[in-house]
Design a protein around this ligand. Structure first.
Ligand code: DC
Length: 219
């Protein structure tokens, strides 16, 4: 498979470990990692920064037409500015979830994501990769974990970054995002019929990586 182009799609709810695992796999498989959640976060960040009404179609259209999102060596750039750190806050999680329900936002980012995955092997994670962005992906994984476990993991991460949050707040936020992301009209989070489901609740990240490597055979 070394010389063949292939795509790995990883979908699942927030905090299931998708990005940690996708990053590790990308390193092991020597392929590019595309973090689509970061792209929605970058748009959410711009909406917030410019203080625009994202529900006003004209305004949103103008903002999107004037926006460049780019991924480069594990960093995300918004109009040339490295926003990798500032998009990782609970406020930006909410902004990303909210703006990701809007058709114009999805249309722009899905097009860009497909373009990024054209003509090279990639591992891409998100909510609608296997069901919408890369429906022909050779490998599709649906990664889940219980909401309590996902909240615990996210809480730990936020504490390490010095964010002042409680476990209860993180869990409530996660439940709300789960609901938003799986109930929106456009490309909601769901498992693709041909995806392999992995429940990581009682697994270490290394075990999950190993499990997926077994699926992505022929390395
Ligand atoms: O993976 P994440 O938590 O960084 O994603 C932030 C939000 O972006 C998530 O709540 C829903 C949205 N998203 C999406 O709608 N589709 C994707 N492919 C990736 C993320």
């Amino acid at each position: 498979m070394k010389d063949q182009i292939y795509q790995v799609a990883i979908d699942g709810p927030s905090g299931a470990g998708k990005s940690t695992i996708a990053k590790k796999l990308a390193e092991i498989l020597h392929i590019d990692y595309i973090d689509t959640g970061a792209m929605y976060r970058a748009i959410g960040y711009k909406i917030k920064k410019k203080n625009v009404d994202m529900y006003d179609e004209g305004t949103l259209h103008e903002l999107l037409a004037d926006t460049v999102v780019d991924l480069h060596e594990g960093r995300i750039f918004l109009d040339g500015e490295d926003v990798s750190s500032v998009i990782r806050t609970p406020e930006m999680s909410k902004m990303a979830s909210d703006c990701s329900a809007l058709a114009a936002v999805r249309q722009k980012l899905v097009e860009l994501q497909r373009h990024m995955a054209k003509s090279k092997s990639v591992i891409m994670d998100g909510r609608d990769i296997g069901t919408n962005v890369l429906t022909d992906a050779r490998f599709k994984i649906y990664l889940t974990a219980s909401v309590e476990e996902r909240a615990r993991r996210r809480y730990k991460e936020l504490l390490e970054k010095g964010e002042a949050v409680t476990l209860q707040e993180v869990e409530e936020d996660m439940r709300r995002r789960d609901y938003n992301d799986s109930h929106r009209q456009l490309n909601p989070l769901r498992k693709a019929e041909d995806a392999v489901e992995i429940d990581s609740t009682a697994m270490t990240m290394d075990e999950v990586v190993e499990r997926i490597l077994n699926i992505v055979d022929g390395r």
